[in-house]
Design a binder for this molecule. Structure first.
Ligand code: 5GP
Length: 332
């Protein structure tokens, strides 16, 4: 039986932590290939339209939270963003399946113009099983040994091994679980997310790499469950969507302000970025109008409050204490 977040709960423990203010949410991470270390709260805003924006990054970095910046920003937009305060210690530059030389050109050009060196890069494609993709990662890695390299998405041990062997430090887990993801409906492909994270983390531990739980997190409680399943980082899409910082279109529905959120392989995304959906591709993402959530700082405060509370229930004074050693139960 394979499990989703909704199928598990975590029983509390006798605890000595009498105040949430005594909990530390910052974690120190080391990586297999990159010599860069990192310290911060192990959450990543997803590289989706209206979520992975520079405006979101500027606010999340204040809390030492990472943002994966959408791949659709140009070199000059990146340069401007870095010059106006986006901290590359807390942001990923992201790419899809591209020529490694083109990727390196973009990175080098931004680095030259800003006199700064990136710390993180993320490669993101829906089907992380593509051999051509593994070759691309490998080619890139040979040129940039310094960067903390994240790539995905996969949901099985073989997938983790293939992406890890290509030289990836941080492997993104999740196919079919995103809130605006239609992959399982359209193709039948997918894996329940709690079990995917659990099983992939075993392989990641064997290989010495780290994993990101990506997709299907609807609340701070699901973040906690992803850590219990073995995630080193949790990636948030819908939870950080619908905020001012995302800059999405706005629509009034029943007198209430709503904001747009869509899957990056939805017809809407394809028409926004590529002009039109190609006829041989099916849309594997949907479009939602969600009620305006206002300022993302308020939501982040709520999320961090939830994580601190979970730590007090579990008698751990640091977020790193929420890991595979914590027991969970399955619920119907
Ligand atoms: P959420 O946090 O909203 O549940 O999921 C966000 C994740 O869904 C993203 O980080 C990404 O991995 C995945 N995703 C984003 N857009 C699409 C899409 O159009 N189709 C699919 N299959 N997955 C998507």
């Amino acid at each position: 039986m394979k499990l989703n977040y909704k199928d598990v709960l975590i029983p509390p423990k006798i605890t000595n932590i009498d105040s949430r203010s005594k909990v530390k949410l910052e974690s120190k991470k080391k990586f297999k290939f990159s010599r860069n270390n990192w310290e911060g709260i192990p959450l990543i805003a997803s590289n989706m339209d209206y979520v992975g924006t520079f405006e979101t990054a500027k606010d999340l970095q204040k809390n030492k939270i990472l943002t994966a910046i959408s791949k659709y920003y140009s070199d000059s937009e990146w340069v401007q963003a870095i010059e106006s305060g986006v901290d590359i210690n807390y942001s990923f530059i992201t790419f899809g399946l591209e020529n490694p030389n083109k990727i390196l050109d973009k990175i080098h050009s931004i680095e030259d113009l800003t006199n700064k060196t990136f710390k993180f890069v993320m490669f993101d494609i829906a089907n992380g099983y593509l051999v051509k993709y593994h070759n691309m990662i490998n080619e890139f890695r040979k040129q940039r040994k310094d960067l903390i390299l994240a790539a995905g998405n996969v949901v099985t041990k073989e997938g983790v091994k293939a992406i890890s062997d290509a030289g990836t430090d941080l492997i993104k887990i999740g196919i079919g679980s995103g809130s605006v993801c239609d992959t399982s409906t359209v193709t039948g492909i997918g894996y329940p997310q709690f079990s995917a994270v659990d099983e992939c983390s075993n392989e990641a531990i064997n290989l010495g790499v780290k994993i990101i739980a990506d997709g299907g997190i609807r609340s701070s409680g699901d973040i906690v469950k992803s850590f219990v399943a073995g995630a080193d980082f949790a990636m948030l899409g819908s939870l950080l969507a619908g905020h001012e910082q995302g800059g999405s279109p706005i629509k009034e529905i029943n007198g209430k302000k709503h904001r747009q959120y869509y899957g990056m392989s939805s017809e809407q995304a394809m028409s926004n970025h590529e002009g039109k959906k190609k006829s041989y591709r099916a849309s594997e993402g949907s479009v939602k109008w969600i009620e305006d959530n206002g300022d993302v700082n308020r939501t982040v405060e709520e999320i961090l409050g939830g994580l601190r509370s979970a730590c007090t229930y579990l008698n751990v004074s640091n977020i790193d204490g929420i890991n595979k050693n914590i027991d969970y139960i399955t619920v119907k």
